[in-house]
Write a protein that binds this ligand. Structure first.
Ligand code: SF4
Length: 554
């Protein structure tokens, strides 16, 4: 792997030894721009030597990529988490490393465990018993404060069996904005797994505020390593903006990365053109590329040395000839569009403000301007979804296919995912759809779409989506169930029962506005009343507002 990398090299210097862990494979981890940036930030400090660790998936002791050092030998182990089910792999890594799983069981001879990533800002509670400290928000901006404290308290020394610095460090960390120290928060859960009380101890803040970067033009966020062994082989990734102004009600990115911020074209051009790129392909990254006002100007202005430009996805209403032509002139042949739902009614419920005409026209424009492959994203199990909404997907895909294949279109991939309600969004109170409903609706879609030539269907496992849903809105007992499962190899159901979690109940119960949620003490900057109002509005559009509140699906 190291031999294929072009770009940053490990410093190998620094007194504080840090393992930055991505709880998935090298391929997935190195495709994550945030992971690369954090590695650069950590290892860029004079007093830190940061090595990378990835999950191999086997039962061996985890070791660093750079020097092969066992995980337990590091002073600090930092996890980067972008997917709920990564928590299982984190516990597995700690277990195989021989590091005590629970934070309260670790003494000064053990590594200090920190974590960050979008899942932490969403709901860190299932992870809380295992981490000593958790970053909430854009961690780049608190790294120096954190390591200044680590350097002061640890002094680079570790003594097994004693507790000389760990307790002091934990107390000091609560004063850094955006750092959550779970052991100062004591939740009480009712049988079944519902949170009933949260006590905050000592000087810890009642709410932990997500940290947000102000001026993105002040700092570049771009690949520090380019390699052929990622999702984006031999591509220089650069972030052009953060957040999204659209507020689709199901979308975590639309809420936890607020506010919408963009970099200037001039600054981006300076960065891309100002250095010798290690490859000829540039990937533009951002949740709302469509809302970047001069995207076509940026692409056209890049010099000839950039042979290819790639982007992840565009909103259908931003697919206009000038932009698509600029992209195809730079080699892009695939576009992703996410209508999410087949019917207008359901798109209105989720606030995906796109009409059918716009979506079909986007496919036509894409084909006319040289795109040959479309990737379409839909969900099943959305709030107040009916079978008719699902049956509306096939006619929409058929209309897109007709117009797309009439020009350059050759293939359409339809990706269908079960909807997972996420914390910090208006649907955080909504029950997840039952297993049989999700399965039946996926089958309906597969039946309707499978006869369309040139259309490939990809569906996500219902079982995995339900587990993801459980962890997404779970509290500490769900984290305990994951650890029980890891250590005992029990089934999820039995591990949940042993941890006191009513798995079905937690997934499918309706949550009340005045009920406590495990992530209530995490302040991402979007108020509870605003989210509830959005939820009510969705219910109203669905015709399911009863006695002033959203009615459960039925
Ligand atoms: S437009 Fe895309 S990124 Fe923005 S809120 Fe909607 S789904 Fe999320």
């Amino acid at each position: 792997m190291l031999a294929s990398e072009v770009g940053r090299r490990w410093s190998g210097q620094g007194r504080i030894r840090v393992a930055l862990v991505f709880p998935n494979t090298y391929h997935v981890g190195m495709s994550n721009l945030g992971f690369q940036i954090i590695w650069q930030k950590f290892d860029g400090r004079d007093d830190v030597s940061c090595e990378r660790v990835f999950a191999s998936g086997d039962a061996t002791e985890p070791r660093s990529l750079e020097s092969g050092t066992p995980l337990r030998m590091f002073d600090v182990v930092a996890f980067s988490i972008s997917f709920e089910l990564d928590l299982s792999r984190i516990i597995s890594l700690l277990n195989h490393a021989g590091i005590p799983l629970l934070g309260v069981d670790r003494d000064d001879g053990e590594p200090f465990i920190i974590a960050g990533g979008v899942v932490c800002a969403m709901n860190p509670e299932p992870l809380a018993p295992y981490a000593d400290a958790i970053f909430i928000g854009e961690a780049e901006y608190v790294i120096d404060e954190l390591f200044d404290l680590l350097a002061r308290y640890t002094g680079g020394r570790r003594h097994r069996g004693v507790d000389t610095w760990r307790t002091g460090l934990l107390r000091a960390l609560v004063s850094i904005p955006g750092i959550y120290v779970p052991r100062f928060y004591e939740p009480t859960y009712a049988p079944g797994g519902r949170l009933v009380e949260l006590l905050v101890r000592g000087d810890a803040p009642a709410r932990i505020e997500r940290q947000v970067a102000g001026n993105l033009d002040a700092e570049k966020t771009a690949s520090v390593v380019v390699t052929c062994e990622t999702e984006f082989p031999d591509t220089y990734l650069i972030e052009i903006g953060r957040g999204c102004p659209h507020g689709c009600r199901f979308c975590l990115a639309g809420f936890v990365y607020r506010p919408f911020r963009k970099r200037s074209v001039q600054r981006l051009l300076e960065w891309i053109e100002g250095e010798t790129l290690p490859c000829h392909r540039v990937g533009l990254i951002g949740a709302a590329l469509s809302d970047f006002p001069d995207l076509d100007r940026l692409i056209v202005s890049l010099s000839e040395s950039v042979k290819e430009v790639g982007i992840s996805s565009l909103r259908a209403d931003a697919i206009i000839p000038s932009l698509v032509t600029a992209l195809t002139a730079r080699g892009q042949r695939t576009l992703a569009i996410a209508p999410e739902a087949g019917s207008q009614r359901l798109r209105d419920v989720i606030n995906k403000r796109l009409d059918e005409e716009t979506i079909v026209r986007a496919a036509e424009t894409a084909g006319n301007c040289g795109i040959t492959r479309l990737r379409l994203y839909f969900m099943v199990g959305l709030p107040w979804e009916e079978d008719e909404d699902v049956l509306a997907v096939a006619p929409l895909v058929r209309a897109m296919r007709r117009t797309f294949f009439a020009s350059n279109g050759k293939r359409i991939t339809v990706s269908i995912n079960p909807f997972v309600p996420k914390p910090q969004t208006p649907f955080q109170w909504h029950p997840m759809a039952p297993r049989d409903v999700l399965k039946r609706r996926l089958q309906l879609l597969e039946r309707d779409l499978s006869s369309l030539g040139g259309v490939r269907i990809l569906t996500k496992s219902v079982r995995l989506a339900l587990l993801q849903g459980l962890v997404a809105r779970g509290g500490r007992p769900v984290g305990e169930a994951i650890a029980i499962r890891e250590v005992t190899a029990l089934s999820w159901k039995r591990a949940c029962a042993r941890a006191g979690v009513d798995m079905e109940g937690e997934l499918h119960r309706e949550r009340r506005f005045d009920g406590l949620l495990p992530w209530d003490h995490i302040d991402v900057g979007v108020g509870r009343h605003f989210l509830w109002e959005e939820y009510r509005r969705a219910a109203q559009i669905a015709g399911r507002l009863v006695d002033g509140g959203p009615a459960p699906p039925g």
